[in-house]
Ligand binder design. Structure first.
Ligand SMILES: Nc1ncnc2c1ncn2[C@@H]1O[C@H](COP(=O)(O)OP(=O)(O)OP(=O)(O)O)[C@@H](O)[C@H]1O
Ligand SMILES: [Mg+2]
Length: 242
């Protein structure tokens, strides 16, 4: 469990390597990634398609594990945990938002948002109350009884964010959370993220959108299997553009 110690980064990756076994041979995607993210930071991960952004994000959420190296998130060392234990830990500590909203189609919006609290043993009355608060936060109270297929993509993503926040995670991770949204909906989601960061949530999001990344205080680029901060890139490119 996290002890709220501010000296310890809330996300800490040390020398993380990820090698996939493929038919064509080993594919070395992450080559010694070091990443320190402090509590309350808002970080964008950018880089070309296939560079390893999702792979990196999956290391942080524990959805996948490194070939070697260390991963600590919210005070927990993930690299020595069983898949089951990681899944349980994730449900309590990390909110995850994907490009394709991944709401459960047979549950209403309200039920989708209540779902994660089921696994943490939250009282039923509390679950409903908290879900209603979250839907209010993401500005969706009027669609709570609808099914995901009956609402727009932007609304689905806001519902998915409400669901990701159900257990009050310290860390919110997004893999192109605005990638499938129109500009207006993307703007709403982004504004919501800024509010959450202002309240102390740590957010890491992958984005292809350079304009959006430009509004995020810290930008890290995946390059040749390693991370380079936007500052380092800018310094190297003085006088030139990519
Ligand atoms: N489970 C897997 N098995 C084998 N190779 C994989 C696996 N997952 C990803 N890869 C490969 O690893 C590389 C990095 O993939 P990844 O999905 O992390 O890229 P990405 O930066 O997220 O790309 P995009 O912007 O297109 O989403 C790619 O070459 C991909 O084909
Ligand atoms: Mg990806």
């Amino acid at each position: 469990m996290s002890n709220g110690n501010n000296n310890q980064p809330v996300i800490l990756l040390e020398n993380v390597e990820k090698i996939y076994k493929t038919k064509a041979g080993p594919l070395h995607v992450l080559k010694g990634v070091d990443l320190h993210i402090n509590e309350g930071e808002f970080v964008a991960i950018v880089g070309p398609s296939g560079s390893g952004k999702s792979t990196l994000i999956n290391m942080i959420t524990g959805i996948d594990r490194p070939t070697s190296g260390e991963v600590h998130v919210a005070g927990q060392r993930l690299t020595n945990m069983s898949e089951n234990a990681v899944a349980k830990w994730r449900g309590r500590n990390v909110g995850v938002v994907f490009q394709f909203f991944q709401l459960l189609p047979t549950l209403t919006v309200l039920e989708n948002v209540m779902m994660p609290m089921h696994y943490t043993g939250t009282y039923k009355g509390t679950r409903r109350e908290r879900a209603l608060e979250l839907l209010d936060l993401v500005d969706l109270p009027d669609v709570m009884d609808k099914y995901p297929s009956q609402i727009s993509g932007g609304q689905q993503q806001r519902a998915a964010i409400a669901r990701a926040l159900a257990n009050e995670p310290k860390v919110l991770v997004g893999d192109e959370p605005t990638g499938n949204l129109d500009v207006v909906s993307a703007g709403l989601v982004f504004a919501l993220f800024e509010d959450l960061v202002a309240k102390g949530t740590t957010i890491v999001m992958v984005t292809h959108d350079r304009d959006l990344a430009g509004q995020i205080p810290r930008v890290e680029e995946v390059r040749d299997g390693q991370l380079m901060s936007q500052e380092e890139i800018d310094t190297r490119l003085v006088g030139g553009r990519e």
